[in-house]
Write a protein that binds this ligand. Structure first.
Ligand code: S3P
Length: 423
């Protein structure tokens, strides 16, 4: 797909549902007693992978547009999958589902695509093994394929070396089945959708600072779940509105959970013009967000802010190229183990467009203000890279060609149509 220079991006759009909440709705809905009704479900390939895995374990799931009805099987009602469970490109499915599989009375094998088979799974193998799980990496490289033989588990306290909601959620899901209490402490708080949804489904979950504590559950109660738009998807339009000349974009119903709203803090630090209209509706907090073309300035992004915007760093790096002065992103080593190595891939592609960007061990440094020119961009089949460079391409001289642009299907299948809809 090819992008060229635009001005005057104007309009209002509603972005698809939150990816993290959509995954969790399938998992908790499957383990609950009764019906779980989900509205605003994200029809991205990753969430469909979660859906198909749980269908493979005997769960009936009706799917119509962004409405999903899950006929819960109860905590002990999953059936042994006849086939290997294929998670596609989804790290969230792999890690969260493994926590559930570790406690079932059957064996399972979990596979995924080439990217998944490179991503680190030791981070879940270690704590699950401490809980008594039998989970091994088939090729002995601490990556998928994973072979999981369900076992009785016991609760642990785990000090996680990484602030990762996937690791935390994996352990908490296993904790539903464990004897005794299970708790996880992280270096910084990561997204808390699992904790919020546990509470809604009747699980005894408590949080204190950077620790989450779950008690084993007898039963989860099917719920109605309203999923707001994904702030990680909204981020591309927030950036587009701020950096593209003569623009004004309103994005409706964006989830603004305070463990996910780091991009909004960055916009404030960069001096962007942004307004919020908070919505009064059930479910996680949401707002309509409006952005306008702004003179941005560089900033420092680090520490506890990183987990709150980890998936938005590629598009923040694009914004930084249009900001005056230096932007430093640090404490973000996790970027190296996402769908691609997002430090290397951002530096390689932005350098090709003429940006002043340097990789560091734990992030990147960008000196804004150098005009970007079109280039051939390798997305490395990473959805967030493809979407970030589409926005960069709208603000670069000449043509920007994105290779592998279809990978946006992972989290935002209608991204290019929505972008083209802004006039
Ligand atoms: C996610 C957590 C984050 C994020 C991913 C979704 C989740 O990963 O990058 O896109 O839904 O829990 P980590 O927990 O590995 O940081």
């Amino acid at each position: 797909m090819i992008f060229s220079k635009r001005t005057g991006l104007k309009g209002t759009l509603t972005i698809p549902g939150d990816k993290s909440i959509s995954h969790r709705s399938i998992m908790l809905g499957s383990l609950a007693d009764g019906i779980t009704e989900v509205h605003g479900f994200l029809n991205g390939a990753d969430c469909i992978s979660s859906m198909n895995c749980f269908r493979e374990m005997g769960v009936t799931i009706d799917h119509n547009g962004d409405t999903v009805i899950i006929h819960g099987k109860g905590l002990h009602g999953l059936q042994a999958p006849k086939e290997t469970l294929d998670v596609g490109n989804s790290g969230t499915t792999t890690r969260l589902m493994s926590g559930i599989l570790a406690a079932q009375n059957f064996k399972s094998r979990v596979i995924g695509d080439a990217s998944i088979c490179r991503r680190p799974m030791k981070r879940i193998i270690t704590p699950l093994s401490l809980m008594g799980a039998d989970i091994v990496s088939e090729n002995g490289n601490d990556c998928a394929p994973l072979l999981i033989t369900g076992k009785p588990l016991h609760g642990i306290h785990y000090d996680s070396p990484v602030a990762s909601a996937q690791v935390k959620s994996c352990i908490l899901l296993a904790g539903l089945y464990a004897a005794g209490e299970t708790s996880v402490t992280e270096p910084y708080v990561s997204r808390n959708h699992t904790e919020l949804m546990f509470d809604a489904f009747g699980v005894d979950i408590k949080t204190s600072g950077t620790t989450a504590i779950v008690k084993p559950a007898d039963k989860l109660y099917g719920q109605k779940i309203m999923i707001p738009g994904d702030i990680s998807s909204a981020a591309y339009f927030i950036a587009a509105g701020l950096i593209t000349p003569d623009s004004c974009i309103t994005i409706k119903n964006v989830g603004i959970n305070n463990t996910r709203d780091g991009i909004l803090e960055v916009v404030k630090m960069m001096g962007g013009t942004i307004t919020y209209d908070r919505l009064d509706q059930p479910g996680e907090p949401a707002a309509d967000i409006t952005v306008q073309t702004s003179d941005l300035k560089g900033c420092v992004i680090e520490g506890s802010l990183i987990p709150k915007l980890i998936d938005e760093i590629p598009i923040i790096a694009i914004m930084a190229c249009f900001a005056k002065g230096q932007t430093v992103i640090k404490d973000a080593q996790e970027l190296k183990v996402k769908e691609s190595n997002r430090i290397d891939v951002m530096v390689q592609n932005l350098s090709a467009m003429g940006a002043d960007i340097t990789a560091t061990d734990d992030g990147m440094i960008i000196h804004g203000g150098k005009p970007l020119h079109g280039a051939v961009i390798d997305s490395h089949l990473d959805h967030r890279i493809a979407m970030s460079f589409a926005i960069a391409g709208l603000n670069a001289d000449g043509d920007t060609e994105i290779l592998g642009s279809d990978c946006v299907n992972i989290s935002y299948p209608t991204f290019y149509q929505d972008l083209a809809g802004l006039r």
